[in-house]
Every structure is written in C-alpha cells, then in structure tokens.
Design a protein around this ligand. Structure first.
Ligand code: GLU
Length: 268
C-alpha cells in the first residue's frame, strides 16, 4: 500500500512537471505581437487614456459643450498620433486623483495623463515617462483673505484638497497644525471653498490658476512650497510603451509642438 502511494506521488510529480514544461513552451511560442503593448493597442484600434474631467485648463469636461479639453488632453493626443498614427483612436476616460492608479492596474486605461506627480512611492506601483511639466504646490484663497502663504495655515484654519493627491500629505508636513479636508475631486473642493467650508484650497499651482480663471474672486498666493514634476503613468513593467512615450515626448519638444500646446493653455 505504502509502495503504491510512493509510485503515485512520483507519477504525479512527473505529470505536473510535464504540464509545466508544456506551459512554458506554449508561452514562448505565443510571445511576440500579443505580448507587445503597442501592437495590442494597434489591434484594438484605440488607446484608452485616463484624464481629468475636473481640472480646468489641464483636463476638463465643459458642462456646456460636453467636450473634454486641456493641456493634458492635447499632450495625450499628440503622443498617441506619434506612436500609433492616425488609425488608432484616442478614447478619453475620466480618472480622479484617487482612481487613476487602480484604473491603470486594472487595465481600464492604457495610460494616465492627469496632472500626476512622479513620486518614489508611486514609482513602486506604476511606471512613469520622463517629466513633461513642472508644477509646484500652492494655495488658492478668496481675494482679501488673511492667508498669504503656507505659514498662515495655523491651528483653527481649514485647508481643502482632494483624495489621492500628493497635496494632502504635503500640506500636513508644511503646516502640521492646520486641519485638512479631502474631497472626491477638484470641482467639489472648489465648490466647498466658495461655500465657506474652508479657508484655502491647496494643490498644484497649475490647477489653482485654472480655478482662479474660472472665478476672479479667487487668487493664488504664497508661491510654491513643493516640486510636482508631472509624468505620464503606465502599467508597471510596460517598458516598451514607456520608451515609445519618451521618444514621442522628445520629438514634440524638439519640433516646437510641445511649446505650442503649452502656450495654448498656460499663460505665464
Ligand atoms: N500633482 C499632484 C498629484 O499628483 C496633485 C494634482 C492631482 O491631484 O492630480 O497628486
């Protein structure tokens, strides 16, 4: 009986090893076009790009026209055209600061172009392109406010931002005594500021200038207190796509197309 059991175990190991070897062989022969992220996108006929809908001037869905527009959108379209040509459609999908990493990991989007800072923590879970824009964190207040810089955020002041952004942690470090309230997206946070739920709104200056352009009663104050270099995020390990995006970015910069896009949306 014991002998039989032994032979059964040996047999089982043999069968498993054979199955494993067959599996390896299979993946070797099927690698090639289907493992190539660029070819996969070409085969789909579309590249799905995660962009903001709540960030005026960078990625914003105009409630009047329904159009999604901004600096990030134009960068995404220009890069896609360089890598995939005209036949591949750019499908824009809404992400927020909170949802963009999970959506990338789930495969809901192929890349994220959404005011996203390259940080060491994020680099552990996604891959980034080279820097394509330099922002820095600042404050937005109502004109006439007593808050002029991050130094004025003391005990008793309330500062608003969004979930999933670097901004919350940054402001807690820069002003440890202030109270931080986090919202789902930037338009909600801005509405909260306007209705008096906070004394200031904090995030990247690039985003805050967009809000000040939407409502002239508000202004950006105090300069920047962090560096926020933006990168295009892709699924971890997608090296081929990252290389193609970097090449496209360089070409856009060298040809002057990048500056044209920047000047269209961002006024100094
Ligand atoms: N750039 C910062 C970040 O990536 C703030 C802007 C945003 O929330 O997208 O967290």
């Amino acid at each position: 009986m014991r002998k039989m059991k032994k032979w059964f175990t040996v047999g089982l190991i043999f069968v498993l090893a054979a199955a494993l070897m067959a599996g390896c062989g299979k993946s070797e022969t099927t690698s090639g076009s289907s493992d190539d992220p660029i070819q996969q996108i070409k085969d789909k006929g579309k590249v799905v790009v995660g962009v903001k809908y709540d960030t005026y001037l960078f990625g914003y869905k105009d409630p009047k026209t329904g159009k999604v527009e901004g600096f990030d959108i134009d960068i995404a379209k220009a890069i896609s055209k360089k890598i995939f040509g005209d036949k591949v459609k750019v499908e824009l999908k809404e992400v927020t600061s909170k949802t963009r990493i999970p959506m990338l990991q789930n495969g809901d989007v192929d890349m994220v172009v959404a005011t996203m800072t390259i940080t060491p923590d994020r680099k552990k879970v996604v891959d980034f392109s080279d820097v394509y824009f330099d922002a820095g964190q600042s404050l937005l207040v109502k004109k006439g406010s007593k808050i002029h810089s991050v130094k004025d955020l003391k005990k008793g002041t309330k500062v608003l931002t969004v979930k999933g952004a670097t901004s919350g942690d940054n402001v807690k470090k820069a002003a440890p005594d202030t109270q931080v309230l986090e919202f789902e997206n930037y338009q909600e946070a801005f509405t909260a500021l306007k209705s008096g739920k906070g004394d200031a709104l904090t995030t990247d200056n690039s985003i805050l200038y967009g809000m000040a352009a939407q409502d002239p009663d508000y202004q950006v104050v105090g300069g920047t207190f962090t560096n926020e270099p933006y990168g295009i995020a892709m699924k971890k390990g997608n090296t081929k796509l990252v290389k193609a995006v970097n090449k496209a970015l360089k070409e856009l910069k060298d040809s002057g197309e990048y500056d044209k896009i920047k000047n269209k949306w961002i006024k100094e």
